[in-house]
Design a binder for this molecule. Sequence first.
Ligand code: HEM
Ligand code: HEM
Length: 333
Amino acid sequence: MRIADLKRLFGPQSVSPKFAIRNSQSEIFMSRGVHRFAVLVACATFFLIIAGANVTSHDAGLATSDWPLSNGQFFPKMVGNLFWEHGHRLVATSVGLLTIVLAILLQLRERRAWIRRLGWIALIGVIAQGLLGGLTVKLNLPLAVSAAHATLAQLFFLTTVSIAVFTSRSWMAPGVSINEEQGTVSLRALCVVALAAILAQLVVGATLRHSATWDQPLPTPLLLAHIGGAVVVTLVLGGAVMTSRLRYRDEKYLARPASLGGALLAVQLCLGLAAYITRAASPNDPQPLNPMIFVTVSHVACGALVFATTIVLTLRVFRVLRVERQTYVLAPA
Ligand code: HEM
Ligand code: HEM
């Protein structure tokens, strides 16, 4: 980063210019390594979600009913469905180790106490997720535990993405501050409602997915609830995306995640329709077939991306949008 950029971002007005520049340069240098590592953990988690979704779509959850070992072994032969089930455990172990390193890195290199705490929260999340995974195997995949495992996976992903956002250079020095327009719909509120609606949609989706294996028809009430949820998410997230694009089209910091969120939402709706069509046909198939597996795994993965993009947009909106407080002067009595 050039010195001119630093001056532009931080402004030399509060302290002597030399001090401000040297200080912010070392802070940025320090946090860049942590940020890159946080991005790595978030990407690994996304890969893990794809690996986990493959376990469900291949109906491989009980390829071994053993845990924490697989058929009494650390490294069983990766044949048949054990490839997906044990492979998923190996990827999960790697993500667990990466999360431990991230939590320690944050304790050592991060000045903000609340982000250090977020590191511990991520670690607790991944441990709880591992235990839920083991529990669902031991209990023969009960709906509540499998759906909780699927939902916590998305929340853990959200936490890793948030850590990546909080440690990014653009978070520390966004370089813009915008006053939210008065008298219009609050973009902050729209983003929060969109996040809540997506979370509810993920919970209903997970419950729907784990209510019926590939050889059973999906329960109609849950399917209708999920389709209703898709309408709500489309309206609220679509509203947040349009509002960001229309009001702040020149601010790439907001416009980029907004556009990406809109595009991912459109892809997710198409994948949802395709998931419905392939799942409606799958009970007549002799085994889970590749088109159904591909479409349902993609639908889970794209759902995670919609959630992640919306949290990025929401955090950025809260970072740069200033809400002007109205001051009222009492009329003389
Ligand atoms: C530690 C982080 C972990 C994450 C983030 C994670 C994530 C996931 C995800 C996203 C799914 C797919 C859910 C779906 O498609 O609806 C899944 C399925 C599954 N996971 Fe994990 N998992 C983790 C650890 C584990 C561990 C340690 C086990 C140990 C046995 C495990 C066992 C399973 C099983 C059996 C399924 C299939 C459940 C079913 O079909 O009902 N997971 N996991
Ligand atoms: C905003 C849009 C949507 C989001 C965010 C979303 C998200 C999800 C997620 C995350 C899952 C799996 C949950 C898990 O196990 O982890 C799921 C399952 C499912 N969704 Fe959606 N969905 C959306 C729209 C739709 C639409 C419009 C349809 C159908 C018309 C649909 C049909 C399905 C079906 C059939 C499943 C179960 C797939 C299976 O049994 O393997 N979704 N959804």
